[in-house]
Design a protein around this ligand. Structure first.
Ligand code: IMP
Length: 433
């Protein structure tokens, strides 16, 4: 049995797309378990750059079957657009891409509410991607959501939607927004959503049957540990469980069937949106990381905030998700620094803290405790063998492994598939057999 989760260890954008792309040919099924089209998984193959937001990155491999699990929230328009983009590059998805009948749908009123609430919060806004993700998950928990399977019963669905629209309009109007006209919203929505019908399946039974038949599943997370709704920097989080624990309910796969977890971490740290970020660099080093690392959101184009590697964050992620190994990405972005810093703990009111504070308010009062390591000042991009790295780069990786408590089994030294070090006799090399 080989069912492995790939999940983000920081605030998202760690490079999960590239890692999933490398591992996917060694798995039969690639499945997403949470989030929606707020994610942006960038995969670069030669001259071509693919940004996958909703569809699992495994779709780029013809033999892979891909699943959008029940824990994902699906915007029909975003799905259709992405499908079309893939089609235009010659990638056909029919017959190998499936949406769970239990996955909740994002409706136009979710997007309007996301926007209106963010505007109302002003300077305290979460900085969401404005894709309606939070309001869609709210409706799921409130038991008023619409699920993909409901598209197979359009009369019932229309009735349910009419009631929902009336309710949502009250809130939208209370925030000085434009109410939806029920008929035109229904027509617009259904013209997009009904196109999903050929993809809808009982993916829970499908995945379990595949696993029972000895097939392997690569489980693709979105966002990252610090955006997890329970364990992240609440309230500056997304609305799902992005830690590995979310995979079992998000796919309907029993926890004991999951055999491995790979955590993805950048060799430094980035964050998009609001909320505390202890190692953030608002200086020339931060600007350099942003430029050299091309740190602009794949979905919204927003510049990402940048900072030094925070071992508190990744150690916390290792604890929460039980990573067997780490994939350390963008090591080459650090090539030109004279010195590189790693935060090993936090200091708050003069006291050293080694456990992650419970929420954003406390984390905002924490200062990083830094350790400084020498830079290597040698180009590492394209390196494919750990032994070929300069010794200061090897020391940097080893220090991260030591501080975080997991081996760096994969190290990415550039955006291409080929610009990657896979450590021998590691969990990653085993999963690639
Ligand atoms: P939402 O998921 O759109 O509700 O946004 C909530 C928070 O998560 C905001 O700070 C977003 O910037 C952040 N976020 C959501 N998806 C991603 C992602 O894929 N990468 C990085 N940040 C994300």
């Amino acid at each position: 049995m080989k069912n492995v989760i790939v999940a983000g260890a920081q605030w998202g954008d760690e490079g999960k797309g590239k890692v999933v792309d490398i591992l996917a040919p060694h798995f039969d099924v690639v499945a997403r378990y949470q989030g929606g089209h707020n994610a942006g998984h960038t995969v670069r193959i030669g001259e071509r750059k693919f940004i996958l937001r909703l569809i699992p990155s495994g779709i780029l491999h013809e033999e892979c079957c891909c699943v959008i699990g029940n824990g994902v929230v699906v915007d029909p328009r975003a799905f259709n657009t992405e499908l079309q983009e893939l089609r235009e590059t010659g990638i056909e998805c029919e017959g190998r891409l499936f949406i769970s009948s239990r996955a909740h749908l994002i409706l136009p009123y979710h997007i309007a509410l996301d926007r209106a609430r963010e505007e109302r919060l002003g300077v305290n806004s979460v900085g969401t991607t404005m894709r309606g993700i939070g309001p869609a998950y709210e409706d799921k928990a409130a038991r008023t959501g619409v699920r993909a399977g409901d598209l197979l019963y359009p009369d019932l669905l229309r009735e349910k939607l009419r009631a929902n629209i009336a309710q949502k309009n009250l809130e939208i109007v209370s925030m000085k927004g434009e109410p939806f006209d029920p008929d035109s919203m229904l027509d617009d929505f259904l013209s997009e959503a009904l196109r999903l019908k050929p993809f809808i399946r009982d993916t829970v039974s499908m995945i379990n049957a595949a696993v029972n038949d000895g097939k392997s599943v690569l489980i693709e997370g979105a966002q990252g540990t610090m955006l997890d709704v329970d364990h992240g920097t609440y309230p500056f989080v997304t609305s799902s469980n992005s830690t590995a624990g979310g995979a079992a309910p998000g796919l309907g796969l029993a926890p004991k069937k999951i055999t491995g977890v790979l955590g993805i971490a950048k060799a430094y740290t980035t964050r998009v949106g609001g909320g505390p970020f202890p190692t953030e660099l608002n200086d020339e080093h931060g600007a350099y990381l942003q430029k050299r690392g091309n740190e602009y959101g794949a979905v919204t184009g927003r510049p990402r905030r940048t900072g030094w590697f925070d071992a508190m964050v990744v150690r916390y992620a290792v604890m929460l998700s039980g990573y067997d190994a780490l994939a350390l990405t963008k090591l080459d972005v650090l090539d030109e620094f004279d010195e590189i810093r790693i935060s090993t703990a936090y200091r708050r009111n003069g006291e050293i803290i080694k456990d992650m504070p419970y929420g954003a308010n406390v984390l905002a009062e924490c200062e990083p405790v830094y350790e400084t390591l020498p830079g290597w000042k040698v180009a590492t991009n394209g390196t494919t063998n750990f032994d070929d790295l300069p010794s200061a780069a090897k020391d940097y990786v080893r220090r991260i492994e030591e501080l975080c408590g997991a081996p760096a089994a994969l190290i990415s030294t550039g955006p291409e598939r080929t610009e990657t070090i896979i450590r021998e006799n590691s969990p990653v090399s085993d999963w690639m057999k």
